[in-house]
Write a protein that binds this ligand. Structure first.
Ligand code: XIL
Length: 688
C-alpha cells in the first residue's frame, strides 16, 4: 500500500510536473503568439515609445500584405517580389493605423520594368476611401531607386495603409521599406472623436443665391450611403446641384471585364457601368438636386486599355477610325443611360476636360490627341451634340482658364465648335488662390460669353494663405469674388452655376490648403460667411485677433559692390554678382540659364503693397527686350518693357502704383528670349 501509495504519489508528482511544464510551454507559446499579434502590422517601437517601420525583407515578407486579389508576394535573397499583378494599382500594402494624426516620412527602395512606381497612402475618412501619392520614382533603369516623401495623416483617418503600385502591370521588387514619425509623436488612441457642428441654423446658399445662379458642390457617392449622415445633410441644406468628385469619370464607368469578355460586341463600343451611382442619383432626384456630368473625354483618370487594340495595353494603339468609333459609342452609351434612367437630373456635361496645355498656347499631349489628332475635341462635341438630350448643356471645362494665354487658346479651339452649334458653355474650374485677380476671372468669363456660350464656375476652391490672418483673408477673397459674380450676373454675364469642389477642408483633394467653405467639423469658416455676406450685403467682421500687417517701406537699393542682393532667381534662372562690364563701380548682377522666358530675377516688394513707388535701375542684355513685371498670378502686369538687344547699359527711371490687397508681392525682371541680362544700381523707394 505504502509502495502503492508511493507509486501513486510518484505518478501524481510526475503528472503534476508534466502538466506544469505543459502549462508553461503553452503560456510561452501564447505569449509569443500575443507578441506576434501585437506586431502583426509590423510596426516596431523605439526606446521613446514611438512606432516606426523598417523592413529589409531578409527574414520573410514581414508585414507586407498583397494588394489586389491575384497579386502574389514572395521573398528571396532579401527582395520582396510582387507578381501576378493584373491592374496598375496592384502591389503591396503595409498597415499604418499606428501613425494616424502624425506626420511621417516614408521611404521605399523599388525596382520594376514599369516606367514608374509610386508610394501612396490609402485611408478612410468619413466613410470615403481616399488615396494620396507620397512620392513617385522612375523605376525601369534596372537598378533600385529610392522613392520617398512626407505626409500628414489626418486625425480622423481610419484603415490606413501605405502602398506601392506601378504605372503598369509588370512585377515590382522592393528591397527596403521604412516609415518614421516626423516631429513629436501623437498616440492615435488619445485623439478625441470629432464632434460635428449643429448646422440647423446655417444660412442656405442655394436660397440666398437663387436669383443669380445655382449653387453646387462636389461630393463622393459615399456621402449618401455613409452611416455618418452629417455631410449629406449639409449638402442637402446648402446646395441644389452636385458633381461627382470622381465616380462619373471614365475610369469609374468604363467596364474592362465586360469590354474584353466579348470583343466582337464591345470592340467599337466599350462597355460602361453605372450601378455605383444609383443611390446618389436617386437621392438627387428625390431632393431636387441637379447633377453635372463630369467628365467624358479627359487625358486623366481614363483607363489605359481604352486606347489599345483588343483593349490590351501590351498591344498597339488602335487607329484613328476605331478610336473615333469608341469615343462616339462611349458618349452615346453614357447619354442613353442618363436619359433613360435620370431624365431631367443632368443639367450639364463636361464633354472635354483640360485639353489645353499649362502655359496655354498648345493642346496638351495625350492619347486622344496622339491617336485621333487635334480635332479630337471637335469630334467629341460633335458626338455629344448628336446624342445629348435637348436642354442638357455641353461644356468645355478647364483650370487656369482665366489666365490670358490659356484663355485665348481655349477660345481659339472653341470658336469652330461654337460656330457649329455643338457647345453651350465653358466651365471655369477655379482652383485658385487669394492672389488670383478677380477682375481677370470676370474678364475671361465675359470673353467666353462673347462666343455665345454660358459660363459655370465648376470646381471652386481657394487656397488659404499661409499667414496669421489666413482664415480671414480667405474669407475676404471669397466675399470679393462672389460680389464680382453677382455684379457680373446683374450686368448680363450668363453665369448659371457656381460649384465648390467639396464641402469641408479635410475631405478636399487639396486638404493641406484648407480651400473650402466648412471646417472639418462642418462649422462655418470665414470663407462661408464671406460668401453669405456677398449676397446679403453684410460686412465681414475682422476677428479680434487680426494681426495688422506692418509694411516695411524702407528703400531697396543694391549696387552689388559688396556681392549681395536681396532678390533671388525666378524658376530655373541662375542669379549672381560678377565683374564683367558693370554699369558703374566694379560689379553688377547677372541672371542666366533660364529655360523659359519667364525665368528671371525676383525681388520681394511686399513692403510697398498699396503704395506708389519710385524705381530706377540700369540694365543690359542681348535679348531684344527686357521686362519688369509684377508677379500676380493670371495677370502679370508689366511695368516696364525696355528695348535692350544691343547689350549696352540702358538707364530706366519711373513710378508705379503697387496694387493693394496682397499680403506679399514680388516683381521680377525677365527677357523676351531666354538670353541672360545684367542689372545694376537697382532702386525701389516710396514715392510719396
Ligand atoms: C480631382 C479629385 O478631386 C481627386 O479626388 C482625384 O484624386 C483627382 O481629381 N480638375 C478636375 C477634377 O477636372 O476632376 C479633379 O478632381 C481636380 C482638377
Amino acid at each position: 500500500m505504502k509502495e502503492e501509495s508511493g507509486k501513486v504519489s510518484n505518478i501524481t508528482n510526475r503528472t503534476i510536473l508534466k502538466l506544469l511544464s505543459l502549462v508553461l510551454v503553452l503560456s510561452m507559446a501564447l505569449s509569443v503568439l500575443a507578441a506576434c499579434n501585437k506586431n502583426d502590422d509590423g510596426v516596431q517601437i523605439d526606446e521613446n515609445g514611438v512606432p516606426y517601420i523598417d523592413i529589409s525583407f531578409e527574414k520573410g515578407k514581414g508585414p507586407a500584405i498583397a494588394r489586389g486579389d491575384s497579386t502574389k508576394l514572395e521573398v528571396k535573397d532579401g527582395e520582396l517580389k510582387i507578381t501576378n499583378r493584373t491592374d496598375a494599382w496592384n502591389g503591396v500594402n503595409f498597415k499604418g493605423d499606428k501613425f494616424i494624426g502624425n506626420k511621417v516620412q516614408v521611404k521605399a527602395s523599388v525596382k520594376s520594368a514599369n516606367p514608374t512606381c509610386s508610394l501612396s497612402l490609402q485611408y478612410d475618412l468619413a466613410g470615403t476611401t481616399a488615396y494620396t501619392t507620397i512620392g513617385t520614382g522612375n523605376t525601369s533603369s534596372g537598378y533600385y531607386s529610392q522613392i520617398q516623401g512626407e505626409i500628414e495623416i489626418s486625425e480622423q483617418a481610419e484603415n490606413v495603409f501605405f502602398y506601392i503600385e506601378a504605372s503598369g502591370v509588370d512585377d515590382i521588387y522592393v528591397k527596403e521599406f521604412e516609415v518614421h514619425v516626423v516631429g513629436d509623436y501623437v498616440d492615435p488612441s488619445t485623439l478625441a472623436k470629432l464632434e460635428y457642428a449643429n448646422i440647423a441654423d446655417y444660412p442656405e446658399l442655394k436660397t440666398l443665391y437663387a436669383d443669380y445662379f445655382k449653387f453646387g458642390c462636389a461630393i463622393p457617392t459615399t456621402f449618401v450611403s455613409n452611416k455618418n449622415q452629417n455631410y449629406i445633410e449639409l449638402v442637402t441644406k446648402e446646395f441644389n446641384a452636385i458633381t461627382f468628385e470622381n465616380e462619373l469619370k471614365p475610369d469609374s464607368i468604363l467596364d474592362y471585364e465586360t469590354s474584353v469578355s466579348d470583343l466582337s460586341k464591345y470592340n467599337e463600343s466599350p462597355a460602361v457601368k453605372f450601378d455605383h451611382l444609383k443611390e446618389t442619383l436617386d437621392y438627387c432626384k428625390e431632393h431636387g438636386i441637379v447633377v453635372r456630368g463630369h467628365t467624358l473625354v479627359w487625358y486623366s483618370q481614363t483607363p489605359a486599355w481604352l486606347y489599345h487594340v483588343d483593349y490590351d495595353i501590351n498591344k498597339d494603339f488602335v487607329d484613328r477610325d476605331l478610336m473615333l468609333k469608341r469615343m462616339e459609342n462611349y458618349i452615346k452609351s453614357v447619354f442613353e443611360w442618363a436619359q433613360t434612367n435620370y431624365p431631367g437630373v443632368f443639367y450639364a456635361w463636361d464633354v472635354v476636360n483640360e485639353a489645353v496645355a499649362d502655359g496655354g498656347s498648345i493642346l496638351r499631349d495625350c492619347e486622344w490627341k496622339q491617336i485621333i489628332g487635334d480635332d479630337y475635341i471637335e469630334k467629341a462635341f460633335e458626338y455629344a451634340r448628336k446624342y445629348a438630350p435637348d436642354g442638357v448643356k455641353l461644356f468645355y471645362n478647364d483650370y487656369n482658364s482665366y489666365q490670358n494665354g490659356k484663355r485665348d487658346t481655349i477660345i481659339e479651339y472653341l470658336k469652330p465648335i461654337a460656330a457649329a452649334g455643338n457647345i453651350d458653355g465653358v466651365g471655369m474650374q477655379g482652383h485658385i488662390s487669394t492672389a488670383t485677380g478677380v477682375d481677370y476671372f470676370i474678364e475671361a468669363m465675359k470673353m467666353y460669353a462673347d462666343l455665345g456660350l454660358v459660363v459655370n464656375v465648376t470646381e471652386l476652391d481657394i487656397s488659404m494663405p499661409n499667414n496669421n490672418n489666413g482664415e480671414y483673408d480667405q474669407g475676404v477673397y471669397f466675399n470679393k469674388l462672389f460680389k464680382a459674380f453677382i455684379d457680373a450676373k446683374k450686368s448680363g454675364v450668363p453665369l448659371e452655376c457656381v460649384t465648390v469642389w467639396g464641402i469641408c477642408d479635410n475631405l478636399s483633394w487639396k486638404s493641406a490648403d484648407k480651400p473650402l467653405l466648412f471646417a472639418d467639423d462642418l462649422s462655418q469658416k470665414t470663407a462661408f460667411k464671406g460668401v453669405v455676406a456677398a449676397v446679403t450685403g453684410e460686412e465681414l467682421q475682422k476677428p479680434a485677433d487680426y494681426v495688422e500687417i506692418v509694411r516695411d517701406t524702407s528703400t531697396i537699393y543694391e549696387d552689388y559692390e559688396d556681392g549681395k542682393f536681396v532678390g533671388g532667381p525666378r524658376f530655373s534662372a541662375t542669379v549672381g554678382v560678377g565683374d564683367s562690364d558693370p554699369f558703374d563701380g566694379s560689379k553688377s548682377l547677372f541672371c542666366t540659364g533660364g529655360v523659359d522666358t519667364y525665368d528671371g530675377y525676383s525681388v520681394d516688394i511686399s513692403g510697398f503693397v498699396g503704395k506708389k513707388i519710385h524705381y530706377s535701375f540700369a540694365v543690359r542684355s542681348a535679348a531684344p527686350q527686357t521686362k519688369m513685371t509684377l508677379d500676380i498670378d493670371g495677370e502679370w502686369p508689366n511695368i516696364e518693357t525696355i528695348t535692350t538687344g544691343s547689350d549696352e547699359w540702358i538707364e530706366v527711371d519711373g513710378y508705379c502704383d503697387v496694387p493693394g490687397g496682397y499680403d506679399t508681392l514680388t516683381l521680377y525682371f525677365e527677357t523676351t528670349t531666354t538670353d541672360s541680362f545684367n542689372l545694376d544700381n537697382l532702386l525701389i523707394e516710396l514715392a510719396e
